[in-house]
Design a protein around this ligand. Structure first.
Ligand code: PLP
Length: 384
């Protein structure tokens, strides 16, 4: 089957039909899981050993590249493996200029692993326009941002940062996990690398870990393939299979995540006494106009400051019945996270509060349930 969907086909069509041309003459509609560690030499597809490639990786890579609007994608064992692959291309003395509200595990990897190898990371606030003018002064090899950020949901102007990074001779890495390929495509906005924890919205069912790095650059792609096999960062064929199945429904899931999250955020803002509600598609969001320009929807995360004591905030969280308290996000089921005691517990209180992570801040990952039920649940938890 060689009738690959062309790039002019829609997102949903490409999600469902991409990349099957080499699957063979069995007539299978759904691909199998290729549970093999090794391949016989001389096979027409060039597979040799699963650490450096497997048909399930290839199927997923082709689909993710197509959905991200990129030439290439490489799958890794997790989002953190994908981050490791990118950082492993640096050498001692290289500088990374990163957004200060970066994902916690990225921060830890830089601070506790790569710092030992002489890679220096400097943090700035990329919503501040003077940060862009300042890039050149740091002479960074990489500029590293996410948008929306975790958990504050800051929106960063990807096209503007790409221009400024390139003018300073740096490559731009965008962590696209919180937005998803359906809502935002960093490569099309000028990023050199788009990194995604497919564990989240792409898989969407909280049952596998996979990460991906997308790029239009052949040189970067070679480095990613090398990192996958040389560092042993490959995913499992089964996790790729599950994630590809998830990707086929990404579009319709994201539509529901967005509409549910907007309704949930609007309810909290208009009808409760919470102090702040952060959601990129609420008019009250400080970068609302940019969010609407850069993203096709607000995604599924809503961050709320209850303005209550730590104890009372924990009571609200414990009173919820439809939101298991858990890390992670992007699954069909709603989850609640209290960053100060969970994802950011290792960060000292003063440092946490300096970047806006107060004791009363709560992050909701809004799933695709009936939104009225989610609203009824949070209403009873607030008044209990
Ligand atoms: C979860 C996450 C990662 C890491 O992905 P894993 O698949 O959990 O390793 C990286 N970046 C962001 C923004 C994430 O939310």
């Amino acid at each position: 089957m060689s009738n690959e969907p062309s790039d002019s086909k829609g997102f949903e069509t490409r999600a469902i039909h991409s990349g099957r041309d080499f699957v063979g003459d069995t007539g299978t509609v759904t691909p199998p899981v290729w549970l093999t560690s090794t391949f016989e030499y001389g096979n027409p597809n060039g597979f040799d050993y699963t650490r450096s490639g497997n048909p399930n990786f290839r199927l997923l890579d082709r689909t993710i590249a197509s959905l991200e609007g990129a030439e290439h994608a490489t799958s890794f064992g997790s989002g953190v493996s994908a981050i490791t692959a990118i950082v492993s291309t640096l050498k001692s003395g290289d500088v990374v200029l990163a957004e200060e509200n970066i994902y916690g595990c990225t921060f830890r990897l830089f601070a506790q692993v790569f710092a030992k190898f002489g890679v220096e990371v400097r943090y700035v606030d990329f919503t501040d326009p003077s940060s862009l003018e300042g890039i050149e002064g740091h002479a960074p090899t990489l500029v590293w941002i996410e948008s929306p950020t975790n958990p504050n949901l800051k929106i960063i102007d990807i096209a503007a940062v790409a221009d400024a990074a390139h003018a300073a001779g740096a490559a731009l890495v965008v962590d696209n996990t919180f937005a998803s390929s359906y809502l935002q495509r960093p490569i099309e906005l000028g990023a050199d690398l788009s990194l995604i924890s497919l564990t989240k919205y792409t898989n969407g069912h909280s049952d596998a870990l996979v990460g991906s790095v997308c790029t239009n650059s052949d040189e970067w792609q070679e480095k990613m393939i090398f990192a996958q096999k040389a560092l042993g960062l490959q995913p499992s064929p089964m996790d790729c299979w599950l994630t590809l199945r998830g990707a086929k429904t990404e579009a319709i899931r994201m539509e529901r995540h967005c509409s549910n999250a907007l309704a949930f955020a609007t309810f909290l803002e208009d009808e409760t006494d919470v102090v702040t509600v952060r959601y990129p598609f609420l008019a009250s969001h400080p970068q609302h106009e940019l969010a609407k320009r850069q993203m096709a929807g607000g995604s599924g995360i809503v961050t709320v400051d209850f303005g209550r004591s730590l104890e009372d905030t924990m009571k609200v969280v414990e009173n919820l019945t439809l939101f298991p308290k858990a890390e992670s996000l992007g699954g069909i089921e709603s989850l609640v996270c209290h960053p100060a005691s969970m994802t950011h517990a290792a960060v000292p209180k003063e440092t946490r509060e300096a970047v806006g992570i107060t004791d009363s801040l709560v992050r909701f990952s809004i799933g695709i349930e009936t939104v009225e039920d989610l609203i009824i649940d949070v209403r009873q938890a607030l008044s209990a």
